[in-house]
Write a protein that binds this ligand. Structure first.
Ligand code: ISL
Ligand code: CA
Length: 533
């Protein structure tokens, strides 16, 4: 929400919507980065970790946000982006000056190899992960854009500066952190060449050399002891490329590393070997297997539940394909129950609660996301821009970044100035005001679901067991504690599926998305949550 007519959402805008969040039942807000940043990657490139981005407000505004949120029983979780900083951070300005200054080693510098990059690593946003710097005739490593140089975690002083900064925010009263690509902070010693396939620009994208390295666990333990032990706080690690085995290590209580992680197996389910832009088919069976595997893996730790955030397309456009307004509403409720009744902490992304959908972009000029823009440029050079555009429409990050749709007025009520990214035109029918006026809306379904999830022990602690796994089109599971159990039964398709409800007759229904019962079928996108004991 923009509070000062510049088309950019801001802290005062959030403060004005805290009552809205409270009403929905939200217990904590994760803020994407709000620190000072040149915004090469929308704030994930921080130039000062102890300042608020000017466009978003001031530190005084931040303190008010913290106080007002806490006053309503809402916690504030910050984004912690410490795999890299901005190249405009003062550390990097000093680091690049000469080879013997004390900041040189805060980043990862290497000599070139025969006039080329030090190794063949490809980056997330650019062809090579190295950028040549004339000043000292060396290259620096950047896994993301060239304006996001990777920090060198082998340097003890750098690590201590980061811990000081974390403690500074915790002392201020923030309740925890979502740690951006935290499992990339340790790189494989010697930075060896990747051996996998080459990308379209000839480099090799090789997570095996920069994700989940053994030293990662040492750094996380050290950070935990230096910052979090003895505090009432929460850390969730954003950890692409983790397997359930590594996940267990990261969130196992005794290990003293993280509290939760975001796993990516589900988000990568439609991605091919060369990454997210290679869109591959998957079946609901694959989908169910991934969910069940992670429910199993988080038994000893604690899971985090999400399929929507600022990096992902909208699930309503990605995992189902409703044609009518009625189908959209039903599908959104079905997806909500399917995801958020699993065991773990639910993360809901803005607009999910009103069923927002992907943006109908018509040209690359409308996009703001560096990832999509850079990919399009590369594809254009390689002569495959039509295919790239198709992939961007399906999976580009701006799909989910369009402004929140508050009401059916200019710019969806987000701002009276032209927003930084255009609003989705469907705000005339999909908006908060409309949702609040209809007791049968997706919004009230979420409100009820959140209240249930926060207050029901079975929903919180109950065991998970997949049901009817052989029934195509259906995802179903049971949550069970000694004295109570319920089944969640979802039709993921818009086809009617034969289903025998007899065994459930007379049982209490916790949630449903059709007014009347049916005896022998699951209707399009139908969900029922039924108490069985
Ligand atoms: O966005 C992705 C898939 O579309 C991922 O590959 C993403 O780049 C990766 O999960 C890391 O994401 C995080 O760090 C990035 C930032 O651009 C993302 O917004 C952030 O969530 C670099 O800081
Ligand atoms: Ca503003």
């Amino acid at each position: 929400m923009d509070s000062n007519h510049d088309g950019i959402g801001d802290l005062n805008g959030i403060i004005g919507k805290l009552d809205y969040l409270k009403e929905l039942g939200v217990g904590a807000v994760w803020l994407n980065p709000v620190y000072e940043s040149p915004n090469d990657d929308m704030g994930y490139d921080i130039s000062d970790y102890r300042q608020i981005m000017r466009e978003f407000g001031t530190m005084e505004d931040f303190d008010v946000l913290l106080r007002e949120a806490h006053g309503r029983g809402i916690r504030i979780i910050m984004d912690l982006v410490v795999n890299h900083s901005s190249d405009e951070h003062s550390w990097f300005a000093k680091s690049r000056k000469d080879k013997d200054n004390p900041y040189r080693d805060y980043y990862i510098w290497r000599k070139g190899e025969n006039g080329k990059e030090p190794n063949n690593w490809g980056s997330f946003f650019t062809p090579s992960a190295w950028k040549y710097d004339e000043i000292t005739d060396e290259y620096y490593l950047h896994l993301f854009s060239e304006k996001q140089p990777d920090l060198n975690w082998e340097n003890r002083k750098l690590r201590e500066e980061i811990y000081d900064m974390i403690n500074w925010w915790l002392d201020k009263g923030v309740d925890g952190f979502r740690m951006d690509v935290i499992n990339l902070i340790a790189k494989k010693p010697g930075l060896p060449d990747g051996t996998g396939e080459k990308t379209i620009s000839g480099y090799t994208f090789c997570p095996e050399n920069f994700a989940n390295q053994p030293e990662l666990h040492d750094y996380l333990k050290e950070m935990r002891a230096a910052c979090f032990d003895g505090r009432d706080s929460m850390c969730v690690g954003e950890t692409p490329f983790v397997t359930p085995e590594i996940g267990r290590q990261l969130m196992n209580k005794e290990n003293r590393e993280l509290d939760m992680i975001f796993q990516f197996e589900l988000m990568d389910i439609d991605s091919g070997r060369s990454g997210k832009w290679e869109i591959v088919p998957y079946t609901l069976a694959d989908f169910k297997r991934v969910i069940s595997r992670w429910q199993e893996a988080t038994k000893e730790g604690w899971g985090s539940l999400f399929w929507s955030n600022h990096d992902q397309p909208r699930p309503l456009s990605r995992f189902v394909s409703p044609d009518t307004e009625e189908e959209r509403v039903r599908a959104a409720k079905m997806l909500a129950a399917a995801m958020h009744l699993l065991r773990g902490t639910s993360f809901i992304y803005q607009g999910e609660e009103i069923g927002m959908t992907n943006a109908p972009f018509t040209s690359i000029m409308e996009l703001r996301d560096i990832e999509s823009i850079r990919y399009y440029e590369e594809a254009e050079k390689a002569g495959v821009k039509e295919k790239a555009w198709d992939a961007i429409l399906k999976k580009g990050r701006d799909n989910a970044r369009t402004p929140m749709q508050w009401e059916d007025s200019v710019n969806a009520g987000f701002s009276d100035a032209a927003p930084w990214l255009a609003v989705n035109e469907n705000y005339h029918k999909i908006n908060v005001e409309k949702a609040l006026a209809d007791t049968d809306s997706i919004w009230y379904f979420y409100q009820k679901l959140i209240a249930f999830k926060s207050g029901n022990d079975t929903a919180i602690y109950g065991d998970y067991k997949e049901l009817y796994s052989e029934t195509e089109a259906v995802f179903a599971y049971r949550r069970e504690l000694e004295e109570e159990a319920f089944d969640v039964i979802c039709n993921f398709t818009k086809k009617e599926v034969a289903f025998d409800w007899k065994q459930y007759s007379g049982k209490e229904i916790y949630f449903h998305n059709y007014d009347n019962r049916s005896e022998s079928v699951l209707r399009p996108y139908e969900v029922r949550v039924i108490r069985i004991k």
